[in-house]
Design a protein around this ligand. Structure first.
Ligand SMILES: Cc1cc2nc3c(=O)[nH]c(=O)nc-3n(C[C@H](O)[C@H](O)[C@H](O)COP(=O)(O)OP(=O)(O)OC[C@H]3O[C@@H](n4cnc5c(N)ncnc54)[C@H](O)[C@@H]3O)c2cc1C
Length: 396
């Protein structure tokens, strides 16, 4: 007989969002099973994926509350003091955050994605109320009386009062639940790599929205930065085949030698760029969180912050119901979660899509609007506040 296990909550996806949710729910006294198709070792000791996650202070506090931040080595944390936005060839940029703060204040921090993933995995492993099921994907989703049942690849089943899909922006669980999402293959590729450079970065993040490519520079420790380049596939391919010196010279040129010559010091990682926004976040005894709910463009540097906000909102609703002895998978609870998370994130999604499509458009009218928008944003308080609020502040 294939195995049939039961938990209060079943989470599909042991990525950072799924694991953070598991730890928070276990702290409420609930039993949680987390299923991931990746093998155990890949989750316990994730390799470098080149992603540096910009965490807001609210996200850091949330990770600390869950006991995850304490597992992160401070050596791998790099402070951010200022964030600047540039429009392609225009020499003057716009400070989105940081300029009014004192020199000792930071606006956030950068932490490698693999470090966050490992810390979250360790925290989940240390909690006896959490069961980790690795190396198995979900092949079917069934509705049973008072619960939902996941059928796994090996024929085993897992039933829970609530199923949470945290299986990333191309979520198969979302599709199985019949929840519609606006998914877009941008046709671009994101290349990320760590580069050393001659001049100090001043702990500042830079984003350039150019006519053919969007570039970001994220300040790391040891006078190095992470370069995040959103490129056409042809340009990405051209860079990917260069040797170290030619690659470093090309990237230094892309960044106009703003930090002097750059030298590659890390592996190059490439990601096809999909973005997505689920129109509904809840179905019968099922909720979407993390990138399965909203997968933002990496240029916003906000994806995981929004993912953590989804965890926070869902835990708040579940905690309330659990304390009052109510059903933790009720449609009332899930509707409240859906409403609050969609309401809080829709402006950010729309703003990021508008900015990205405007900057991705090389036609002259778009160039004009773009330049005007940046000029305006420098002068008009509310617009600047809007950009700052949507792109850099906590999305909650
Ligand atoms: C280049 C790049 C740079 C980024 N930079 C930033 C940044 O600076 N700041 C920021 O906040 N965000 C950033 N992001 C976004 C951030 O990485 C994501 O928001 C975050 O990883 C999403 O976490 P998640 O847990 O929702 O999903 P994921 O990390 O995608 O995890 C999903 C998990 O589900 C598992 N899974 C998938 N399908 C199945 C299945 N069928 N069955 C079982 N398991 C399954 C996968 O194995 C995986 O472990 C960046 C993204 C990219 C691509």
């Amino acid at each position: 007989m294939p195995e049939h296990s039961i938990a209060d909550v079943a989470i599909v996806g042991a990525g950072p969002a799924g694991l953070c949710l598991a730890v928070d729910l276990a702290a409420l006294g609930l039993s949680v099973s987390v299923v991931d198709r990746a093998p155990y070792n890949a989750l316990a000791a994730p390799g470098d994926d080149g992603r540096e996650i910009a965490l807001t202070h609210t996200s850091r506090r949330q990770l600390a509350w869950a006991g995850i931040w304490q597992r992160i080595d401070t050596q791998s944390v790099a402070p951010i003091r200022e964030a600047r936005l540039y429009n392609g060839e225009a020499p003057q940029g716009m400070t989105l955050a940081g300029s009014e703060r004192s020199a000792s204040q930071t606006i956030g921090q950068l932490v490698p994605n693999r470090v966050i993933r490992r810390a979250a995995f360790e925290a989940a492993l240390a909690d006896s109320r959490i069961t980790l099921i690795t190396g198995k994907g979900v092949s079917a989703l069934e509705t049973t009386s008072g619960s939902r049942t996941l059928r796994l690849d090996d024929g085993s089943r897992l039933s829970a009062r609530l199923v949470v899909a945290a299986d990333g922006r191309l979520s198969a669980t979302r599709r199985m639940a019949g929840l519609p999402a606006h998914l877009e293959d941008t046709g671009r590729k994101v290349l990320v790599c760590r580069m050393a450079h001659e001049r100090p970065h001043g702990e500042m993040t830079w984003s350039w929205f150019g006519y053919e490519r969007a570039l970001a520079l994220l300040p790391l420790n040891d006078q190095s930065s992470s370069v995040v380049m959103t490129l056409t596939p042809a340009e990405a391919e051209r860079l990917e085949v260069l040797d170290d010196d030619a690659f470093s010279a090309a990237v230094s040129g892309f960044y106009r030698h703003c930090l002097g010559d750059m030298q590659r010091v890390g592996d190059l990682h490439g990601y096809p760029l999909w973005v997505g926004y689920a129109q509904r976040l809840a179905a019968e005894r099922l909720a979407l969180i993390g990138d399965a709910a909203i997968g933002l463009h990496p240029a916003t540097a906000h994806g995981f912050n929004v993912g953590l906000a989804s965890v926070h909102r869902l835990v708040r609703e579940i905690s309330l119901a659990h304390r009052q002895g109510q059903d933790i998978g009720s449609s009332t609870l899930l509707s409240a979660y859906e409403r609050t998370h969609l309401r809080a994130t829709r402006p950010l999604w729309l703003a990021s899509q508008a900015v990205v499509s405007l900057y991705g458009d090389q036609r002259p009218p778009a160039r004009f609007v773009r330049q005007a928008a940046l000029g305006l944003a420098r002068q008009v308080g509310p617009l600047r506040w809007g950009l700052e609020h949507y792109l850099l502040r906590d999305a909650r």
